[in-house]
Design a protein around this ligand. Structure first.
Ligand SMILES: NC(=O)C1=CN([C@@H]2O[C@H](COP(=O)(O)OP(=O)(O)OC[C@H]3O[C@@H](n4cnc5c(N)ncnc54)[C@H](O)[C@@H]3O)[C@@H](O)[C@H]2O)C=CC1
Ligand SMILES: O=C(CO)COP(=O)(O)O
Ligand SMILES: [Zn+2]
Length: 351
């Protein structure tokens, strides 16, 4: 008997382009959302774009969050309930959007995502990623009903936020390899469509690397399209597997060991050079990944991440513990192997 079923949740409206933040009101009306929203943002995005958002949703309260934590989510839920908010608007980078996504899921209301940086591929995904203690929760949450991504704002954001978004996409190469490995060794369900979409997204971004330049709005356009596509791959899969493998585990560990040191996308990029080496050895594609990262100005070494060699090695040897997700890290990389991996790939220098 055929007994498979799937439920793919995607945003209904994805509005991308120059000045589209001023079309937020229209986008909300198109979704038939009524009543007052609560705006969830972080300090800089609030300063940059909060007033333009508030101008279109008069009466909306704003809550400013600093960290992606369960405490922040709790605060948002309490405020939304006290204010009787009818839906949420997440404004900013990955953190406020993830918090808003999880809070909206919890209180069962809609979410509109207004990213101000092309720095991560969670802007359309049906996943929310929140650290807690020694672990990291990547939980299913409804994707935003709409995404309003203003390329004018994103192009003016610090260049490193855009290069972080590119590196988050380039890391899809190793994420998909980990997913296939887990399918072969652990019978983890694999989606050919989601895997192919994720790899094609990375391929297209790398092919466009020459057009990705600072202060160029077309660059923000190219990167946002890739981030949307990668987020859709996660939604099709119903898991972050297409865009998150061992390189993400290492980055999540770095968030614990060396908090707020480097951007998420930059960490996963450097980690994917090493996990590609672990997958395919010295003759594999790790040089191609490093070259792709360099071509878009993303870091390729621990020093460029401002992370010490010891912290990097600790993350590489302990990342397998963080989550029940089988990857090339298996049941752990020992310190000698980690040192070999990090030095051969030039991520750290030999003593
Ligand atoms: N749910 C999912 O599927 C995914 C979630 N993530 C999560 O997203 C987070 C990483 O996202 P980030 O955007 O790097 O973090 P973030 O939200 O902390 O933003 C990084 C920095 O950029 C600043 N910023 C944002 N827009 C700006 C602008 N236009 N101009 C100047 N500064 C601006 C913010 O104020 C912040 O200081 C992590 O927590 C990660 O786990 C990442 C990928 C996928
Ligand atoms: O960052 C992500 C994809 O780029 C989300 O992955 P996680 O499920 O590892 O948080
Ligand atoms: Zn990521």
């Amino acid at each position: 008997m055929f007994d498979k079923s799937t439920w793919i949740k995607l945003p209904r409206n994805v509005v991308v382009g120059h000045g589209v933040i001023d079309e937020l009101g229209e986008t909300i009306a198109d979704l038939h959302l009524t009543g007052d929203p609560l705006i969830i943002t972080s300090p800089t995005p609030n300063e940059l774009a909060g007033d333009r958002v508030r101008a279109q949703v008069p009466g909306a309260e704003t809550i400013i969050v600093e960290t992606a934590s369960f405490e922040s989510i709790e605060r948002v839920i309490e405020t939304a309930q006290a204010e009787e908010a009818d839906y949420l608007i997440g404004l900013g980078g990955g953190k406020p959007i993830d918090i808003a996504k999880m809070a909206a899921d919890e209180i069962n209301c809609g979410l509109v995502s207004v990213p101000t940086a092309a720095s991560h591929d969670g802007l359309v995904s049906g996943r929310s990623s929140i650290p807690e203690g020694d672990t990291r929760h990547s939980v299913a949450a409804d994707p935003p009903l709409a995404v309003v991504a203003d390329t004018e704002i994103m192009a003016k954001a610090p260049w490193e936020l855009t290069t972080a978004g590119c590196a988050d996409i380039i890391s899809n190469y190793t994420a998909v390899q980990d997913w296939r490995l887990a399918n072969r060794l652990k019978n983890v369900e694999y989606s050919e469509y989601a895997g192919a979409l994720s790899e094609m997204t990375a391929e297209m971004l790398v092919d466009s690397a020459d057009s990705i330049k600072p202060n160029l709005e077309e660059s923000a356009w190219i990167v946002v399209k890739a981030l949307v596509s990668s987020g859709v791959a996660m939604s099709i899969a119903g898991t972050s597997r297409p865009a998150s493998g061992a390189e993400h585990l290492i980055s999540h560990q770095l968030d614990r060991i060396a908090p707020n040191q480097a951007l998420h996308g930059h960490q996963v990029g450097v980690a994917s050079i090493m996990t590609e080496y672990l997958h395919s050895g010295n003759d594999g594609q790790w040089r191609a990944i490093r070259k792709a990262l360099k071509s878009i100005d993303a870091p390729t070494t621990a020093a460029e991440l401002e992370i010490s060699d010891d912290d990097l090695l600790e993350a590489l040897t302990t990342a397998h513990e963080i989550r029940d997700r089988y990857t090339i890290l298996g049941n752990g990389v020992n310190l000698d192997a980690a040192y070999q991996t990090a030095t051969v790939t030039g991520v750290i220098e030999r003593d």
